[in-house]
Structures are given as structure tokens and as C-alpha cells.
Design a protein around this ligand. Structure first.
Ligand code: M6R
Length: 615
């Protein structure tokens, strides 16, 4: 989390830095700030504010003249880890004499010890952050060479981080370094950017260097040098970013989340692309395994966090049913600390839309060390996940800005469906005719969702949601493929509307959660057509017998459900195993409408950030 940016070049950099931060704001929006190196006055112009980038712009208003000149600067948008959300804890942080400025993303794990040692030496800290040890340490080791000082500091710090440092005595220079946190370098004409992610500078340059862990990026007026830890130069040629320049535009929608919900048909189409033949043949270039090896995979392990984890849970049904391969799905933050039993012959899939989630990357690393073949299922080419994995399976959902993941989720399930179909065909678990049929169903899905989104159904979801805006608890129940949909629907609601939710396999309800129900308690029941439909109906009866109000998510055309539920949210008809792609759409809309009804900012929910780069 946190977005960092630095600029050295010939142009005044205030606007470049703030605009860059606006493109990084999805990484955190607790506070923001920048330090521009005012060479004439031999000091930094520091502006910080609590809140979002618009607050930072407001805070800068009074200093327009002072900020117009500098051509070297660093900036930061914060997701708080160490220290509360206050002005003092906003980055950049400065050394006591104001000569060194630093912005950081990540965590310095031994900061307490370092802080105490510096305090014993008389250093006074201005913030509660772990980051602040960096400017003080750099200042302490500075003897006219910022690179040497940063190298000395790297020998003392532990953790995972990416930071950019600047010193007033070296006005056209920045030194940046990454250790398990992202950092990219944008090489322009007589100017250079360093940042957490490409969107920070894609509008200015597409020539990019991707430094490795523990490489020092030294940015000067005449270009970039990359050094290893011993100070030896490393050759790193820029490559040209070929992707589209995805800008954060709402395209006529009120919010990014709503726009992204409506972009799901396109995301699904693009994820299928030319990978799926009419005969059910699937081509997954980039996965890094020849077909015969893939066919012999013994077990699949899926590791992921949050919404990506829920996509993995949905994918398990597809892979187990279509390919007959056992699948385990685990939250990456747990997997990474368990005894890992994956090995050669196993396929480990790390699902991460951002390609940056620290726990997912760590879990993938653990599995790779054990000799498993690791594939990154991600929406970001050139992300850390793609660099850490043996192979890549890309979703093509386009940039997702809303913190609540929507289109990347359904695209992830689609990618897993393609993989399942491929595995199933290769292992002869699916017949030729079966593969043809499934290919047709998969191709039908995007259109079905498009038709749904253009129909009166979303307005009907809004009407139902209006009855429940004031409710303070929701229980989500489902069986079989309905379970991951419950988890995901409940997560969507809690993260954007701050309403507590509980999501459970319906069969487990009687083992505890039913005690939560009271007269009028809203219970969302995911009940698509399929072999467990009748069982789910029985569970509906049980909760209704306790006075619950049931909102059922059901398959269009089901003639029975309306008599069992108080409200029905319809979802497009699809084969049962693909229902997680369709049934989640009304639940995304339901969560959206409740949050809007409460007047909340759905794109930037409190306490959250789009990418979680700390564990
Ligand atoms: O980028 P990733 O897919 O690895 O992100 C994982 C989670 O942080 C993410 O899905 C999170 O749960 C979203 N806010 C859900 O809407």
C-alpha cells in the first residue's frame, strides 16, 4: 500500500508529482504530501495534508509561487500502517535539520530498535512512523554522497520497502531502492520518474525500467544508473510499455465501481479473447508448461487474498469437476506460514489482480522454492507476480480503480474456467462434445451479463436494496458454488457500506449462525438452479421460520423461488458451475445500492487500499 513518486528533470514538477499521486491514490488515501527541492533556498518545500489528493491540492494553494520552480521532488499517498492518520505522520519525512527527505511504501520491521538507538544519540522524532528512521539514518551517514549514505542505511534496516530519498545538497538527484515492494522507473527525454506503479507516469513516458530487489536506482539530471548493493553498475535497459494508457475516467458513471460492474461483459470477452476455440480447445500461452506436463499435474493449489481468494474457491469446483484434479484453496497469509507440502508435479496458482499483494507473492515464493510450478493469475502484466512466477495467466479486465474488486473477480473465474476446460480436455475428463458445449456456454456468458445489465434488473436490485439501507446486519447463505458467491457478496457489502455481514455454507447454519437471526433479519440466499437448489430452499424455510426476511439470488426463469423468498434478485441463466460469474453481479449491485443509500464513497471506502503490499 502507499504510493510513492519521484521526479528529476527539466520541468517544474509540482503538477507532475500531484498528478502522478492522483493515479496512485488507489494505493492509499489516508494522507498525502510532497517535498520539492527548492535549490535556490537550499531547502525542501514541504506540503502535506490529511485526507485525499484534493485536500493536498487545497493545502498547496497558498504556496503556488514557491512550488512553481522546483524540478526535483518526491511525493506520497499514504495507507497508514505505523502511526495514526495525522499530519505529523504524513510523508515525506525529513531529517531533523531538514536536509534529507524520504517517502516510503512498506514496513521497516526493526524500526523500534533503530528509533531507540537514534533517540539515544539525541535525534528527535516528529512522527510515530517507521519511515522516519530513514531520513535520520541517511542524515547520520551522509558525508557528501547520498548513494553511499543510502547504501549504509540498507545494511541496517529489515523489512519490505521501496523508498525514494533526496538531499538538499544534491539538487538534481534522487536515490530509490526496493526490497519486496514495487518500484518502477519511467525514462523520459531529459527527465526521469520513479514510482510504485506505472500509472503514475504513463501519461509522460512509456519507457520503463523494472529494478530488481536491492538495486539502487540513482536518478540524475542526465539519466538513470542502477547499482547493486556493492555499488557496481547493473545494466538495465528500458523496455517500452505496450499496454494501453489506461486513465482513470468514470466515463459517464457516478463511480468507478459502477462503471467497472458494467465493464464485466467486456472484461469477460477480453479474457476469453482468442484463447477458446469453438471446439473447446483452449490455448493459454504464457502459462509456462507444455501441454503434456500440464496434463500430468497431480494437484492444484490456489493461494490468494480477499476477492481473489473467493474467485479461487469458485474455480475449485470447475477444476475438480471438469478436470478431476484435487484442488486446495487457501488464504495466502496463512499458506505462507504453514508447512508447505507442494512440490514438483503440483501446480500452484497465485491469484492477484494487482500482482502486488504481499502475502500472495510470499505464498507463491514458498511454493516455488518447493519445486512446484507457480502460475500468476493476474490483471497486471509486468507486475511483481508475473516476475516471480514460472508462468502467467492474464485476465484482461483493464484497469480497476474502485477499491471493491468487481470486474477482475468475474474475469478471474473466467480464466480459471478456461484452465479447467483445458485440463479437462487434456486429461480426457471432458468429451469432445462436452467441451464444445462448455465453450459455447462460456462464450455466451459475457453477452448474457451485458443483456442483464441493460435490462430493468439492476433497477429492481436498487428497489430491493432500498428496503434494507438501514439494516445493521446481513447473513449470506448458499451451498456448493453458492458458497464463494456468499463470501464475495458479503465482503462487497461490508467493505463499501461498513455493515457487518456473516457468510456461511447454508448447511452449516444450524451449527451456530442461525442464533444470529431475529424477527426481520435480512438473509441473502444464493440459490441458483442446480442439484442443491432444493436443499437451499429447505434452508430458506428454516430461516423464515425464525422471522428472517429472505432476499434470494436465483436463476432467471425459476418459477419456484418467488414463493419462498421475500425478494428475488435475478441472475442470468448459466450451467450450475458457472453461476458464480452471474450470481455475483446482482450482489455487487446490491452492495453498491446500499452504500449509495447510506451516502458513502464507494470507490474509496474507509481504511482500505486497492493494493495490499504489506503483510
Ligand atoms: O490485488 P489482489 O487481487 O491480490 O487483492 C486481493 C485483495 O486485497 C482484494 O481482493 C480485496 O479484498 C478487495 N478490496 C476486495 O474488493
Amino acid at each position: 500500500m502507499c504510493g510513492i513518486i519521484g521526479y528529476v528533470g527539466g520541468r517544474p514538477c509540482y503538477e507532475l508529482i500531484v498528478r502522478g499521486l492522483e493515479h496512485l491514490e488507489y494505493r492509499g488515501y489516508d494522507s498525502a504530501g510532497f517535498a520539492l527541492l527548492d535549490a535556490e533556498r537550499d531547502r525542501f518545500s514541504l506540503v502535506r495534508s490529511v485526507g485525499k489528493l484534493e485536500d493536498l491540492r487545497r493545502a498547496s494553494n497558498g504556496s503556488a509561487e514557491r512550488l512553481a520552480g522546483p524540478t526535483t521532488g518526491i511525493g506520497h499517498t499514504r495507507w497508514a500502517t505505523h502511526g495514526r492518520v495525522t499530519l505529523e505522520n504524513a510523508h515525506p519525512h525529513l531529517s531533523g535539520d531538514g536536509e534529507v527527505a524520504v517517502v516510503m511504501n512498506g514496513i521497516i520491521e526493526n524500526y523500534v530498535d533503530l528509533r531507540h538507538r537514534l533517540q539515544d544519540e539525541g535525534v528527535v522524532f516528529a512522527s510515530e512512523t517507521d519511515t522516519e528512521v530513514l531520513p535520520h539514518l541517511i542524515r547520520k551517514h551522509y558525508a557528501g554522497d547520498l548513494v553511499a549514505a543510502v547504501r549504509a542505511v540498507l545494511a541496517q534496516i529489515e523489512g519490505h520497502y521501496a523508498f525514494v530519498a533526496s538531499h538538499v545538497s544534491e539538487p538534481n538527484r534522487l536515490v530509490a531502492v526496493r526490497h519486496e515492494c514495487p518500484l518502477v522507473v519511467g525514462v523520459g527525454t531529459e527527465e526521469t520518474f520513479v514510482a510504485s506503479a506505472l500509472p503514475a507516469f504513463l501519461g509522460e513516458t512509456r519507457d520503463v525500467i523494472y529494478p530488481d530487489n536491492d538495486e539502487l536506482v540513482v536518478v540524475d539530471a542526465d539519466g538513470v544508473t542502477v547499482l547493486d548493493l556493492s555499488g557496481e553498475p547493473v545494466v538495465r535497459e528500458p523496455s517500452t510499455w505496450e499496454g494501453s494508457e489506461e486513465t482513470a475516467e468514470k466515463g459517464g458513471y457516478d463511480t468507478f465501481m459502477l462503471k467497472e460492474i458494467h465493464e464485466q461483459p467486456a472484461a469477460l470477452w477480453d479474457t476469453i479473447g482468442s484463447r477458446l476455440g469453438a471446439d473447446g480447445t483452449v490455448t493459454l500461452d504464457g502459462i509456462g508448461l507444455e501441454d503434456p506436463t500440464l496434463a500430468r499435474v497431480e494437484r492444484v493449489h490456489i493461494v490468494a487474498c480477499g476477492t481473489s481468494f473467493h474467485a479461487g474457491l469458485a474455480g475449485r469446483y470447475l477444476i475438480e469437476d471438469w478436470a478431476r484434479i484435487p484442488v486446495s484453496v487457501e488464504v495466502a497469509s496463512e499458506y505462507r506460514y504453514r508447512t508447505c507440502l507442494a512440490g514438483p508435479g503440483d501446480l500452484v496458482i497465485g491469484i492477484t489482480q494487482s500482482g502486488e499483494t504481499a502475502d500472495t507473492l510470499a505464498a507463491m515464493r514458498v511454493a516455488r522454492e518447493r519445486g512446484a510450478h507457480v502460475v500468476a493469475l493476474t490483471n497486471q502484466t509486468e507486475s511483481q507476480a508475473t516476475r516471480d512466477a514460472d508462468g502467467v495467466l492474464l485476465t484482461r479486465a483493464g484497469l480497476e480503480i474502485g477499491v471493491a474488486a468487481t470486474k477482475t473477480h468475474t474475469a478471474q473465474i473466467m480464466a480459471l474456467a478456461l484452465l479447467a476446460l483445458k485440463l479437462g480436455r487434456m486429461r480426457w475428463a471432458i468429451t469432445e462434445a462436452g467441451a464444445r458445449e462448455l465453450a459455447e456456454e462460456l462464450r455466451r456468458l459475457p453477452d448474457a451479463i451485458e443483456a442483464y445489465l441493460e435490462s430493468p434488473a439492476p433497477a429492481a436490485v436498487a428497489d430491493v436494496a432500498a428496503h434494507f439501507v438501514e439494516r445493521d446486519f446481513f447473513l449470506y447463505l448458499g451451498r456448493h458454488v453458492g458458497v464463494p458467491v456468499c463470501y464475495e457478496g458479503a465482503l462487497k457489502l461490508k467493505e463499501i457500506s461498513y455493515v457487518p455481514t456473516e457468510a456461511y455454507p447454508a448447511g452449516e447454519m444450524k451449527h451456530g449462525p442461525i442464533a444470529l437471526l431475529d424477527e426481520g433479519s435480512p438473509v441473502v440466499v444464493v440459490a441458483p438452479d442446480g442439484h442443491v437448489f432444493d436443499k437451499v430452499v429447505s434452508n430458506i424455510q428454516e430461516v423464515r421460520a425464525r422471522g428472517a426476511r429472505v432476499i434470494a439470488v436465483a436463476t432467471e426463469g425459476n418459477g419456484e423461488i418467488a414463493s419462498h423468498a421475500d425478494h428475488v434478485l435475478w441472475a442470468p441463466r448459466t450451467p450450475a458451475l458457472l453461476a458464480p460469474i452471474t450470481t455475483i453481479v446482482p450482489l455487487q449491485l446490491f452492495a453498491y445500492e446500499i452504500a449509495k443509500g447510506k451516502g458513502l464513497n464507494v470507490d474509496k471506502p474507509r481504511n482500505l487500499a486497492k493494493t495490499v503490499t504489506v503483510e
